[in-house]
Design a protein around this ligand. Structure first.
Ligand code: SF4
Ligand code: SF4
Length: 309
């Protein structure tokens, strides 16, 4: 996992490099990060394949419901059952089981579901990566991408981004509140995932408009629906408050290269954290895979609330 020779860090504390006394940081082999990335992609591809298979089976008229594999429907049903004692129309028993599984997973492994298992997160990620790869080969698009990246790091956009991220909570309140009041899954009509799995029965609807907007935004922003609108991500981040698992950064081994920040699909400033407990963290470990230092970033266990961020 480690290269045999430790390479001097650009963070050397030595005012005179010739005199020695530099900080040496053990490096990780690049193949380690690549294996981690491809391992995650393989898991995501399996999940997309599984859902795709369910969609095909339901089109063929077999007993199968891809919609039943959406855990958020389970949350709406649970909330309505608890608050009104009624069962939500169109809900599927499988989504209830999945909802409980996602909560248990969030308590144990934080955002693992979003980062590794959610097929809609994977589709957005792949779209963004493909758009980026194409743009990097076409000079005018490459320049545009760099300009957008620069604009994205300005304080004004960061403030806008912070406000937009509250959208997840607004959608959550609307979805579970609406389900409890009306007894129907109000979110279903705006759910881009629902639109994607019923793409063969295309009809103009709010859900298709949200899906289209998500795909267009994904060309320039990584995981836009996860960042700004996903109610499931919001529920998970509540459960994740109790999680003992998180990405931990050792500042003494950090090279200050910012590669972790660039790799993070949720735009978390990883290199300013000691422990990444941000509610947006989806546990994808892209930051860990990108980090060239052997000891700077890793996943550790610690009791929640007892470590510095
Ligand atoms: S902080 Fe790391 S694990 Fe969390 S979302 Fe960003 S890249 Fe993924
Ligand atoms: S990738 Fe991030 S944590 Fe790793 S050395 Fe660079 S700045 Fe530090």
């Amino acid at each position: 996992m480690t290269s045999r020779t430790d390479i001097p860090s650009p963070r050397s504390t030595d005012p005179d490099p010739v005199a020695g006394d530099r900080v040496y940081v053990a490096r990780r082999e690049r193949s380690w990060g690549r294996r981690l990335r491809w391992g995650r992609r393989a898991v995501q591809a399996s999940m997309v394949g599984l859902i795709g298979w369910q969609v095909i089976r339901s089109f063929l008229g077999e007993e199968s419901s891809a919609e039943g594999l959406c855990p958020f429907g389970g949350f709406e049903t649970l909330w309505t059952l608890v608050t009104t004692g009624q069962y939500v129309r169109h809900s599927h028993p499988a989504s209830l089981v999945l909802a409980l599984g996602v909560i248990a997973l969030a308590v144990f492994a934080r955002g693992f579901f979003c980062g590794w298992l959610c097929p809609f997160g994977a589709v957005q990620e792949w779209l963004h990566a493909s758009a980026r790869a194409v743009a990097d080969r076409i000079p005018p698009l490459r320049r545009l991408r760099h300009r957008l990246a620069q604009a994205g790091s300005r304080p004004l956009w960061r403030r806008v981004d912070r406000v937009l991220r509250l959208g997840r909570w607004a959608v959550l309140v609307w979805a579970v509140g609406g389900a409890a009041v009306t007894g129907t899954m109000v979110f279903r009509d705006a759910d881009p995932w629902n639109a994607l799995i019923s793409v063969a029965e295309f009809e103009l609807s709010l859900a298709f408009a949200v899906l289209l907007a998500t795909f267009l935004l994904a060309l320039v922003v990584d995981r836009p629906f996860c960042r700004y609108a996903c109610p499931l991500g919001a529920v998970q981040s509540i459960a994740a408050k109790a999680s003992p698992v998180a990405v931990q950064r050792d500042a003494s081994a950090c090279l200050g290269c910012d590669l972790c920040n660039e790799a993070c699909p949720m735009a978390i400033p990883v290199n300013t954290r000691t422990r990444v407990t941000d509610s947006a963290c989806n546990g994808c470990l892209e930051c860990v895979a990108a980090c060239p230092s052997r000891d700077a970033l890793g996943v550790t266990f610690a009791l929640p609330g007892l470590t510095r961020r």
